[in-house]
Write a protein that binds this ligand. Structure first.
Ligand code: F6R
Length: 260
Protein backbone atom coordinates (compact mmCIF):
# COMPACT_ATOMS: atom_id res chain seq x y z
CA UNK A 1 0.00 0.00 0.00
CA UNK A 2 1.43 3.33 -1.04
CA UNK A 3 0.31 6.38 0.94
CA UNK A 4 0.83 9.75 -0.73
CA UNK A 5 0.25 12.82 1.42
CA UNK A 6 -0.22 16.14 -0.31
CA UNK A 7 -0.98 19.52 1.24
CA UNK A 8 -4.35 20.28 -0.27
CA UNK A 9 -7.23 18.49 -1.92
CA UNK A 10 -6.65 20.53 -5.06
CA UNK A 11 -3.07 19.29 -5.24
CA UNK A 12 -4.32 15.75 -4.67
CA UNK A 13 -6.91 16.08 -7.42
CA UNK A 14 -4.27 17.23 -9.91
CA UNK A 15 -2.01 14.33 -8.99
CA UNK A 16 -4.87 11.83 -9.28
CA UNK A 17 -5.78 13.23 -12.70
CA UNK A 18 -2.14 13.01 -13.73
CA UNK A 19 -2.00 9.32 -12.71
CA UNK A 20 -5.19 8.55 -14.64
CA UNK A 21 -3.97 10.49 -17.70
CA UNK A 22 -0.69 8.63 -17.57
CA UNK A 23 -2.54 5.31 -17.58
CA UNK A 24 -4.57 6.41 -20.61
CA UNK A 25 -1.50 7.65 -22.48
CA UNK A 26 0.41 4.44 -21.79
CA UNK A 27 -2.54 2.30 -22.82
CA UNK A 28 -5.07 4.18 -24.94
CA UNK A 29 -7.57 1.30 -24.67
CA UNK A 30 -7.43 1.29 -20.86
CA UNK A 31 -10.37 0.16 -18.78
CA UNK A 32 -11.02 2.71 -16.05
CA UNK A 33 -13.13 2.08 -12.95
CA UNK A 34 -14.73 5.36 -11.93
CA UNK A 35 -16.24 6.83 -8.78
CA UNK A 36 -18.75 9.60 -8.15
CA UNK A 37 -19.34 11.89 -5.15
CA UNK A 38 -17.76 15.23 -4.32
CA UNK A 39 -14.13 14.12 -4.23
CA UNK A 40 -13.62 13.19 -7.90
CA UNK A 41 -15.20 16.39 -9.31
CA UNK A 42 -11.90 18.36 -9.54
CA UNK A 43 -10.19 15.22 -10.84
CA UNK A 44 -12.64 14.98 -13.74
CA UNK A 45 -12.34 18.74 -14.31
CA UNK A 46 -8.59 18.37 -14.72
CA UNK A 47 -9.01 15.41 -17.10
CA UNK A 48 -11.40 17.52 -19.18
CA UNK A 49 -8.82 20.33 -19.22
CA UNK A 50 -6.12 17.89 -20.34
CA UNK A 51 -8.42 16.63 -23.07
CA UNK A 52 -9.11 20.15 -24.33
CA UNK A 53 -5.68 21.67 -23.92
CA UNK A 54 -3.24 18.78 -24.13
CA UNK A 55 -4.96 16.40 -26.52
CA UNK A 56 -5.58 13.66 -23.96
CA UNK A 57 -7.88 11.27 -25.78
CA UNK A 58 -10.36 8.81 -24.28
CA UNK A 59 -11.52 7.56 -27.67
CA UNK A 60 -10.54 3.95 -27.02
CA UNK A 61 -11.04 3.94 -23.25
CA UNK A 62 -13.79 1.90 -21.56
CA UNK A 63 -15.24 2.89 -18.20
CA UNK A 64 -17.11 1.10 -15.46
CA UNK A 65 -18.64 3.08 -12.63
CA UNK A 66 -18.77 1.70 -9.13
CA UNK A 67 -22.40 2.25 -8.35
CA UNK A 68 -25.86 3.67 -9.04
CA UNK A 69 -29.04 4.35 -7.07
CA UNK A 70 -31.87 1.88 -7.52
CA UNK A 71 -34.99 3.53 -8.92
CA UNK A 72 -33.31 6.52 -10.55
CA UNK A 73 -33.49 6.94 -14.31
CA UNK A 74 -30.22 7.82 -16.03
CA UNK A 75 -31.40 11.42 -16.57
CA UNK A 76 -32.46 11.98 -12.94
CA UNK A 77 -30.44 14.94 -11.56
CA UNK A 78 -29.00 12.79 -8.75
CA UNK A 79 -28.26 9.67 -10.81
CA UNK A 80 -24.64 8.74 -11.16
CA UNK A 81 -25.04 8.26 -14.93
CA UNK A 82 -26.11 11.91 -15.13
CA UNK A 83 -23.24 12.97 -12.82
CA UNK A 84 -20.75 11.20 -15.09
CA UNK A 85 -22.33 12.70 -18.18
CA UNK A 86 -21.99 16.20 -16.71
CA UNK A 87 -18.52 15.87 -15.24
CA UNK A 88 -16.73 13.64 -17.75
CA UNK A 89 -18.56 11.58 -20.37
CA UNK A 90 -20.20 14.52 -22.09
CA UNK A 91 -17.04 16.63 -22.04
CA UNK A 92 -14.41 14.31 -23.49
CA UNK A 93 -14.27 11.98 -26.52
CA UNK A 94 -15.34 8.79 -24.72
CA UNK A 95 -17.45 6.49 -26.90
CA UNK A 96 -20.88 6.35 -25.21
CA UNK A 97 -21.14 2.59 -25.80
CA UNK A 98 -17.94 2.03 -23.85
CA UNK A 99 -19.20 3.84 -20.72
CA UNK A 100 -20.89 1.61 -18.17
CA UNK A 101 -22.89 2.52 -15.06
CA UNK A 102 -25.07 -0.07 -13.29
CA UNK A 103 -28.69 0.26 -14.43
CA UNK A 104 -30.70 1.75 -11.57
CA UNK A 105 -33.96 0.83 -13.31
CA UNK A 106 -33.10 -2.83 -13.94
CA UNK A 107 -36.12 -5.10 -13.46
CA UNK A 108 -34.04 -8.20 -12.84
CA UNK A 109 -31.36 -6.94 -10.46
CA UNK A 110 -29.36 -10.17 -10.02
CA UNK A 111 -29.19 -10.62 -13.81
CA UNK A 112 -28.18 -6.98 -14.28
CA UNK A 113 -25.39 -7.34 -11.70
CA UNK A 114 -24.15 -10.60 -13.23
CA UNK A 115 -24.10 -8.90 -16.64
CA UNK A 116 -22.08 -6.01 -15.24
CA UNK A 117 -19.48 -8.44 -13.92
CA UNK A 118 -19.43 -10.17 -17.30
CA UNK A 119 -18.99 -6.87 -19.13
CA UNK A 120 -15.99 -6.03 -16.95
CA UNK A 121 -14.50 -9.45 -17.70
CA UNK A 122 -15.18 -9.10 -21.43
CA UNK A 123 -13.43 -5.72 -21.43
CA UNK A 124 -10.34 -7.41 -20.00
CA UNK A 125 -10.74 -6.28 -16.37
CA UNK A 126 -10.21 -2.86 -14.84
CA UNK A 127 -6.72 -1.38 -15.28
CA UNK A 128 -7.13 1.48 -12.83
CA UNK A 129 -9.95 1.81 -10.33
CA UNK A 130 -10.58 5.27 -8.88
CA UNK A 131 -12.14 5.10 -5.41
CA UNK A 132 -13.49 7.63 -2.93
CA UNK A 133 -13.84 6.81 0.75
CA UNK A 134 -16.97 6.99 2.88
CA UNK A 135 -16.64 8.46 6.37
CA UNK A 136 -17.61 4.99 7.61
CA UNK A 137 -14.84 3.38 5.54
CA UNK A 138 -17.00 2.27 2.59
CA UNK A 139 -15.67 1.89 -0.94
CA UNK A 140 -18.19 1.82 -3.75
CA UNK A 141 -21.34 1.43 -1.69
CA UNK A 142 -19.97 -1.51 0.24
CA UNK A 143 -21.06 -0.41 3.69
CA UNK A 144 -19.43 -1.72 6.90
CA UNK A 145 -20.10 -5.47 7.33
CA UNK A 146 -20.09 -6.05 3.53
CA UNK A 147 -18.47 -9.29 2.52
CA UNK A 148 -14.87 -8.70 1.58
CA UNK A 149 -15.39 -11.18 -1.29
CA UNK A 150 -18.62 -9.61 -2.57
CA UNK A 151 -19.47 -9.10 -6.23
CA UNK A 152 -21.72 -6.52 -7.91
CA UNK A 153 -25.08 -6.60 -6.15
CA UNK A 154 -27.87 -4.73 -4.40
CA UNK A 155 -26.92 -3.01 -1.14
CA UNK A 156 -28.82 -0.97 1.42
CA UNK A 157 -27.24 2.34 2.41
CA UNK A 158 -26.78 3.16 6.09
CA UNK A 159 -28.67 6.21 7.41
CA UNK A 160 -25.27 7.91 7.73
CA UNK A 161 -24.49 7.51 4.01
CA UNK A 162 -28.02 8.57 3.08
CA UNK A 163 -27.50 11.79 5.08
CA UNK A 164 -24.03 12.35 3.56
CA UNK A 165 -25.46 12.00 0.03
CA UNK A 166 -28.57 14.15 0.56
CA UNK A 167 -26.98 17.34 -0.88
CA UNK A 168 -26.93 15.69 -4.32
CA UNK A 169 -30.75 15.44 -4.35
CA UNK A 170 -33.38 18.04 -5.14
CA UNK A 171 -34.86 19.53 -1.92
CA UNK A 172 -37.65 17.42 -0.46
CA UNK A 173 -36.81 14.34 -2.52
CA UNK A 174 -35.97 11.16 -0.61
CA UNK A 175 -32.53 9.60 -1.13
CA UNK A 176 -33.01 5.97 -2.27
CA UNK A 177 -31.93 3.46 0.37
CA UNK A 178 -30.94 0.88 -2.24
CA UNK A 179 -28.03 0.95 -4.64
CA UNK A 180 -26.26 -1.35 -7.04
CA UNK A 181 -22.55 -1.48 -6.36
CA UNK A 182 -19.49 -3.32 -7.53
CA UNK A 183 -18.51 -5.72 -4.78
CA UNK A 184 -15.31 -5.59 -2.79
CA UNK A 185 -14.12 -8.73 -4.60
CA UNK A 186 -14.85 -6.97 -7.91
CA UNK A 187 -12.89 -3.88 -6.88
CA UNK A 188 -9.97 -5.99 -5.68
CA UNK A 189 -9.55 -7.48 -9.15
CA UNK A 190 -8.59 -4.10 -10.62
CA UNK A 191 -4.92 -4.10 -11.54
CA UNK A 192 -4.41 -0.81 -9.74
CA UNK A 193 -6.54 0.98 -7.14
CA UNK A 194 -6.26 4.71 -6.58
CA UNK A 195 -8.20 5.87 -3.52
CA UNK A 196 -8.58 9.60 -2.92
CA UNK A 197 -9.75 11.14 0.36
CA UNK A 198 -9.63 14.84 1.18
CA UNK A 199 -10.71 16.83 4.21
CA UNK A 200 -10.85 16.37 7.97
CA UNK A 201 -14.14 14.43 7.77
CA UNK A 202 -12.21 11.54 6.25
CA UNK A 203 -9.34 11.47 8.79
CA UNK A 204 -10.71 8.71 10.98
CA UNK A 205 -11.67 6.47 8.04
CA UNK A 206 -8.25 7.02 6.44
CA UNK A 207 -6.42 6.01 9.63
CA UNK A 208 -8.58 2.91 10.07
CA UNK A 209 -8.20 1.95 6.41
CA UNK A 210 -4.41 2.25 6.35
CA UNK A 211 -3.30 1.42 9.87
CA UNK A 212 -6.23 -0.38 11.46
CA UNK A 213 -6.95 -4.08 11.34
CA UNK A 214 -8.30 -5.57 8.14
CA UNK A 215 -11.99 -5.88 8.83
CA UNK A 216 -15.34 -5.91 7.05
CA UNK A 217 -16.32 -3.11 9.44
CA UNK A 218 -13.93 -0.87 7.47
CA UNK A 219 -14.40 -2.15 3.91
CA UNK A 220 -11.57 0.02 2.55
CA UNK A 221 -9.11 -1.81 4.84
CA UNK A 222 -9.18 -4.64 2.27
CA UNK A 223 -6.88 -2.44 0.19
CA UNK A 224 -4.11 -3.51 2.57
CA UNK A 225 -4.29 -6.79 0.64
CA UNK A 226 -4.17 -5.20 -2.82
CA UNK A 227 -0.83 -5.63 -4.64
CA UNK A 228 -1.01 -2.14 -6.16
CA UNK A 229 -3.04 0.32 -4.12
CA UNK A 230 -2.27 4.02 -3.92
CA UNK A 231 -3.91 6.04 -1.16
CA UNK A 232 -3.82 9.75 -1.96
CA UNK A 233 -4.82 12.02 0.92
CA UNK A 234 -4.45 15.68 1.83
CA UNK A 235 -3.06 17.02 5.12
CA UNK A 236 -6.46 17.13 6.79
CA UNK A 237 -7.48 13.59 5.82
CA UNK A 238 -4.05 12.20 6.72
CA UNK A 239 -3.63 13.90 10.08
CA UNK A 240 -4.53 10.82 12.14
CA UNK A 241 -2.06 8.52 10.44
CA UNK A 242 0.50 7.42 13.01
CA UNK A 243 3.18 6.80 10.37
CA UNK A 244 2.56 10.10 8.55
CA UNK A 245 6.21 11.15 8.62
CA UNK A 246 7.32 7.83 7.26
CA UNK A 247 4.89 8.01 4.31
CA UNK A 248 6.11 11.54 3.52
CA UNK A 249 9.69 10.38 3.69
CA UNK A 250 9.08 7.35 1.48
CA UNK A 251 7.45 9.52 -1.18
CA UNK A 252 10.17 12.19 -1.05
CA UNK A 253 12.89 9.59 -1.53
CA UNK A 254 11.23 7.87 -4.46
CA UNK A 255 12.96 8.13 -7.80
CA UNK A 256 10.80 10.08 -10.26
CA UNK A 257 10.00 7.02 -12.38
CA UNK A 258 8.55 5.28 -9.34
CA UNK A 259 6.28 8.19 -8.42
CA UNK A 260 4.08 7.34 -11.38
C1 F6R B 1 -19.37 6.89 -5.18
C2 F6R B 1 -18.79 5.95 -4.23
C3 F6R B 1 -18.66 6.30 -2.79
C4 F6R B 1 -17.99 7.65 -2.57
C5 F6R B 1 -17.88 7.96 -1.07
C6 F6R B 1 -17.23 9.30 -0.82
O1 F6R B 1 -19.33 6.33 -6.49
O2 F6R B 1 -18.44 4.90 -4.63
O3 F6R B 1 -17.89 5.30 -2.17
O4 F6R B 1 -16.72 7.64 -3.15
O5 F6R B 1 -19.15 7.94 -0.51
O6 F6R B 1 -18.05 10.31 -1.33
P1 F6R B 1 -17.55 11.84 -1.35
O7 F6R B 1 -16.46 11.93 -2.33
O8 F6R B 1 -18.78 12.60 -1.78
O9 F6R B 1 -17.12 12.16 0.04
Amino acid sequence: MEVILVETGQEGALLAAHLIARQVRLRPDSVLGLATGATPIPIYAELVRMHREEGLSFRRVSTFNLDEYVGLASDHPASYRRYMQEHLFGRVDLAPERTHVPDGLAQDIPACCARYEEQIRMAGGVDLQLLGLGQDGHIGFNEPSSSLASRTRLKTLTPHTVAANRPGFPPGEAVPRHVLTMGIGTIMEARRCLLVAFGARKASAVARMVEGPLTAMVPASILQMHPCATILVDEAAGRRLRMRRYYLDVYRRKPDWQKE
